[in-house]
Design a protein around this ligand. Structure first.
Ligand code: IMP
Ligand code: MG
Length: 175
């Protein structure tokens, strides 16, 4: 199956970049009360790798969203909410990829209404070419071209999430 996927970032490149992001977070969040909020399912591996490289006390929480497809951009719904109250906490939203930005705008607005002390975005991938919503993303792993990406948590029709690398897939070549 993997001959349809062209490697964009190797496992080593990803791990090196995650280490750098974690070091920045170590500096920025010392003496804070950090909560990593992982947006399921795409950011699972990124969240677990990142969290193990952060040398600070932190809490982890998870939320799940569903977005309606083409033509209804921006319509996002929380299907599994956080378990904990984030009021007064320093929340870092951990996301796999920011594309149009509609998902992050919705989550930023929703979580801000719960009065965290701070709220920032940490996105593994940033596809700026397709951005519609202006967003301030504090931590970005990699900027990527306008191609469909799979691996390291990202799926195509629920497949390929378990690839340890990130690659470009040509959906028209798949059945
Ligand atoms: P946005 O709301 O347009 O920014 O969409 C972001 C969401 O779409 C991400 O959280 C992903 O779940 C999904 N997504 C966007 N591009 C890709 C991709 O290339 N591969 C897999 N999922 C993607
Ligand atoms: Mg996502």
């Amino acid at each position: 199956m993997n001959d349809k996927i062209e490697t964009l970032f190797t496992e080593d490149q990803i791990q090196a970049r995650v280490e750098t992001l974690a070091q920045q977070i170590n500096t920025d969040y010392s003496e804070r009360s950090l909560v990593l909020v992982s947006v399921l399912r795409g950011s699972i591996f990124f969240t677990t790798d990142l969290s193990r490289r952060i040398r600070l006390p932190l809490a982890m929480d998870f939320l799940s969203i569903s977005s309606y497809g083409e033509g209804s951009e921006g319509v996002v719904r929380i299907t599994k909410d956080l378990e904990e109250n984030i009021a007064g906490k320093d929340v870092l939203l951990v996301e796999d990829i920011v594309d149009t930005g509609f998902t992050m705008r919705y989550l930023m607005r929703t979580l801000l209404s719960r009065n965290p002390r701070s709220l920032e975005i940490c996105a593994l991938l940033d596809r700026r070419a397709r951005r519609i919503i202006d967003l301030d993303i504090k931590y970005v792993g990699f900027e990527i071209p306008d191609k469909f990406i799979v691996g390291y948590g990202l799926d195509y029709k629920q497949q390929f999430r378990n690839l340890p690398y990130i690659g470009i897939i040509q959906p028209d070549k798949l059945s």
